[in-house]
Design a protein around this ligand. Structure first.
Ligand SMILES: NC(=O)c1ccc[n+]([C@@H]2O[C@H](COP(=O)([O-])OP(=O)(O)OC[C@H]3O[C@@H](n4cnc5c(N)ncnc54)[C@H](OP(=O)(O)O)[C@@H]3O)[C@@H](O)[C@H]2O)c1
Length: 287
């Protein structure tokens, strides 16, 4: 399949005010895509818009809470008004927190509203014109954790698995439509994600003090996404080692569980004297 020329093909990106979304927006603009930047923090979006325009690209900032369907519909319409029908949508907005699998249901519902339903909210209104045209690309920012449930990360892993399964099902449903559907599976990425995770988890978390070895810069994920836009494929991974380790964990769940349970117990014991308590954390903080 020849490489797709991305020039003048508009893309809508949620969660574009920081991290992976912002880096992807800048990289997409560099290859000539008009970019709609969507998130709640308008000041941050405007900074990125200015940076893209100074470099000769085209961008539009739109205030959007992805948990609100009407905000997402307005964002797609803003793309139509400014640049034309979106060629691509990157459902990227999301967050995580650390808590027991038996934690408060309210918090879980909110996380699913943003991470999972937020993806549907931005994808659905973009699809009709993609179907009419017979071309387009839907990308969903899942995670490597979509393939495994980690202790104290059940809510987050669950939401990422939901995105992963949704993307795969949609990809197969749209197989002959000319619309590509890809799930993105970053490993640990140096963004504001972990600050937000810590804030929402009431302080220090099991993620603190973890190895930096598998952490990547968001620009690496952004480059992989643009490669996928050019040469579409079903799943975007940026670490072969982690992908293989996860394949092993699926093939050998018993052994993986034993290894993981020991590792988490050691980290939890190290954390307890510093915080005066052990997870599960019980200090939910919302938006
Ligand atoms: N960092 C990692 O290690 C990692 C690994 C795997 C997957 N991921 C996934 O990558 C995606 C991006 O995360 P990141 O690492 O780039 O973290 P980040 O820097 O914290 O960015 C998260 C983005 O989501 C936006 N967002 C959060 N809630 C929103 C809402 N209700 N409506 C609209 N936008 C919202 C934030 O913008 P506002 O606050 O301005 O709304 C921000 O732009 C997430 O889906 C995350 O699950 C991250």
């Amino acid at each position: 399949m020849p490489s797709i020329d991305l020039r003048d093909r508009p893309i809508v990106i949620t969660g574009a005010s920081s991290g992976i979304g912002r880096a992807t927006a800048i990289t997409c603009a560099k290859v000539g895509m008009p970019v709609v930047l969507a998130a709640r923090r308008m000041d941050r979006l405007e900074q990125t818009r200015a940076r893209i325009e100074q470099a000769g690209g085209r961008a539009l900032a739109v205030a959007c809470d992805v948990a609100r369907r009407e905000d997402c519909e307005r964002t797609i319409q803003a793309c139509r008004d400014a640049f034309g029908d979106p060629y691509a949508v990157f459902a990227n907005a999301g967050f995580g927190y650390e808590a027991s699998a038996l934690d408060d249901e309210q918090r879980l519902r909110h996380l699913l509203e943003v991470n999972f339903f937020g993806s549907l909210h931005i994808i659905r209104p973009a699809l009709p014109t993609m179907l009419e045209r017979g071309s387009g690309h839907v990308l969903v920012c899942s995670s490597c954790l979509s393939k495994i449930g980690l202790p104290y990360y059940s809510a987050y892993s669950m939401s990422k698995a939901m995105q992963d399964h949704f993307a795969r099902a949609l990809r197969l449903e749209l197989w002959d439509s000319g619309i590509h559907v890809s799930s993105v599976h970053p490993i640990g990425t140096r963004t504001e994600f972990f600050d937000e995770l810590s804030r929402r988890s009431g302080g220090r978390t099991l993620a603190d003090g973890g190895s930096d070895r598998f952490m990547q810069p968001p620009e690496r994920v952004a480059r992989a996404i643009v490669r996928c836009l050019r040469k579409p494929r079903g799943e975007v991974w940026t670490s072969r080692v982690v992908r293989l380790a996860l394949a092993f964990s699926i093939a050998c769940p018993g052994l993986t569980d034993a290894l993981l349970a020991r590792k988490v117990a050691r980290r939890r014991d190290r954390l307890a004297p510093q915080t005066g308590r052990s997870p599960p954390h019980e200090s939910p903080t919302g938006d």
